[in-house]
Design a protein around this ligand. Structure first.
Ligand code: PEP
Ligand code: MG
Length: 539
């Protein structure tokens, strides 16, 4: 969609749903200007000052933004504190490079490395590095890293926008973000979703000028200087969206989701206690999946027992009597962790990841198990192992856990062994489900689909083949649900399809009664169950 008689319209990809109508503002995240180089000593001093000033600015932004946003900015601070990296730049200055030249070429090299990564997550980090490059360059060139000021409610358009620039904008009056490049998996997309700011990426070429814009995060369109007819259609779509959200939120407040008279438990997936700040989280029946490997990616290396205990305890306190299922570290595959995962594997998705890695590194695993055993006395905790292939692995994990509990108790520390379950995400586990003596099962349909369909889940080129409801995947889901029913063991599903209303009929019809979804999908999923239950369509 482009051109057209009335006004310019562009289509991209959705990164965050919602609608924005406001002034069109093109921003340039880069910097310009020249500087005159001084002596070697002056250049080294200039870079030192610029790095310190940039660190200060980022720390200030992180303090204001808090939570997830602060974690994102830590990536930039970590690079500024990486002595080997910074020393190499000062060495280049020592050999005659100007401060801005040395800085820029070091950052460009890093950006190129990240851009060349096959992993989408690492690729997306390159925009964080570009942000850092530009911030320090702006300071070196005499700017002070001026904050972006845009009119309230503006549709901000940029080539790409780094997280710190996003956080500088005051979004309190609404508005939206239109990126010519960008990715739905980038950090800035995560921030936009968390703040309810509509965002469309990969719009391609958009003109520099325009007075007003309509951004439709659902249809992934940007319309510049719209005609009266375009505006009318936009407002109609926006009203439908608002009404649907309002009715979904009304249903969300009801105590239980019922499907044909049967209770459906709706849990949420989280990574961090801050995720529970989402207004809808309080309506969940509990936490169905807490991914813990994200604790490993912060600064300062692997978290110690105390830091982990606090993270788990905070979630249990929030949940009260409600169940909290914490998954032990699922590092490896698309989640590399320096100092923990192996970097020499040709096929990391088929390598030493998840429980395999934890059993291979008992000294790291035992720290997590200690923290979990201590947290288990404080609430309704269940623990599950990821990437389990054989019953022996479950038993090896259980043995280690029991030993950890025995030692803690021997030292007079309050601890207990929580209920132990497994993720069903390796086809072998689904096929041999009878062999596992687990207290519960949680189907990881993201990985199950990856392994059954032989499609790398992070490879965008395989999207058309990557169908989690392919009959072969679905047979394993249904088989696991059926086993749970016959054996009287609870089975939930925590992969992305649980958050997709289109997949609900199949999941409910195959006997699943527990689903764990992303918090922002909770209202819509509850509403869809309600509609299906009363004989309606998906709507
Ligand atoms: C899954 O594989 O479906 C799952 C929920 O876990 P993750 O996406 O973290 O691998
Ligand atoms: Mg998984």
């Amino acid at each position: 969609m482009q051109g057209g008689a009335a006004a310019l319209a562009y289509r991209g990809r959705t990164a965050s749903i919602g609608f924005a109508h406001g002034p069109f503002v093109r921003v340039n995240a880069g910097t310009s200007g020249e500087r005159v180089a001084g002596s070697l000593v002056e250049e080294a001093l200039a870079l030192r000052k610029a790095i310190d000033a940039a660190s200060g600015q980022i720390a200030e932004l992180a303090a204001i933004a808090g939570g997830e946003a602060a974690q994102i900015l830590e990536f930039q601070v970590a690079l500024l504190e990486d002595e080997d990296f910074i020393e190499a730049i000062f060495a280049a200055i020592g050999e005659g490079d100007a401060a801005d030249v040395a800085w820029c070429s070091a950052l460009e090299a890093q950006i190129a490395d990240y851009n060349a990564a096959e992993d989408e997550y690492l690729k997306a980090r390159s925009s964080d590095l570009a942000d850092l490059r530009d911030r320090v360059m702006a300071i070196l060139r005499g700017g002070v890293g001026q904050a972006l000021t845009v009119p309230s409610g503006a549709v901000v358009c940029a080539d790409d926008l780094p997280p710190s620039r996003f956080l500088e904008i005051d979004w309190s009056g609404g508005g939206g973000l239109a990126l010519l490049r960008g990715s739905p998996t980038s950090h800035v997309a995560m921030l936009a979703r968390a703040r309810g700011i509509p965002m469309v990426v990969q719009l391609g070429a958009v003109p520099e000028l325009g007075a007003t814009a309509l951004l439709d995060g659902e249809g992934a369109t940007l319309e510049l200087d719209p005609s009266a007819e375009q505006l009318r259609l936009f407002e109609k779509r926006r009203d439908i969206h608002r009404k649907s959200r309002a009715s979904a939120r009304a249903i969300l407040r009801r105590p239980t989701a019922l499907w044909r008279g049967e209770r459906i438990k709706l849990f949420i997936n989280i990574q961090h206690v801050d995720d529970l700040a989402h207004a809808d989280a309080q309506y969940a029946d509990g936490i169905g999946l807490m991914r813990t490997e994200f604790l490993l990616t912060g600064r300062g290396g692997l978290p110690d027992e105390e830091a982990q205990f606090e993270a788990y305890d905070a979630v249990l306190r929030w949940a009260g009597q409600r169940p909290v299922t914490i998954r032990t570290f699922d590092a490896g595959g698309d989640k590399p962790v320096p100092g923990f995962t192996l970097d020499s594997e040709a096929n990391p998705f088929l390598g030493v990841r998840g429980l395999r890695l934890c059993l291979a590194r008992p000294e790291i695993f035992a720290v997590q198990l200690r923290a979990l055993a201590r947290a288990a006395v404080r609430g309704n905790l269940k623990v599950m192992f990821p990437m389990v292939t054989s019953a022996d692995e479950l038993e090896a994990g259980r043995k280690l856990f029991a030993e950890v509990v025995r030692r803690l108790q021997a030292d007079g520390i309050a601890a207990t062994l929580p209920e132990l379950g497994i993720m069903v995400e390796v086809p072998a586990a689904a096929l041999a489900i009878n062999s596992f003596k687990a207290a519960f099962f949680s189907i990881g349909s993201n990985d199950l689909a990856q392994y059954v369909l032989a499609c790398d889940r992070s490879n965008g080129a395989l999207t058309p083949l990557m169908d989690p409801l392919h009959p072969a995947v679905f047979e394993l889901i249904a088989r696991t649900a059926e086993h749970g029913r016959r054996a009287g063991v609870s089975v939930s599903l925590c992969g992305d399809i649980a958050s997709d209303p289109r997949c609900l009929p199949a999941l409910l019809n195959c006997g699943l009664r527990e689903l764990s979804v992303t918090t922002s999908a909770l209202a819509q999923i509850k509403q869809t169950i309600d509609r299906l239950s009363s004989g309606g369509s998906l709507g």
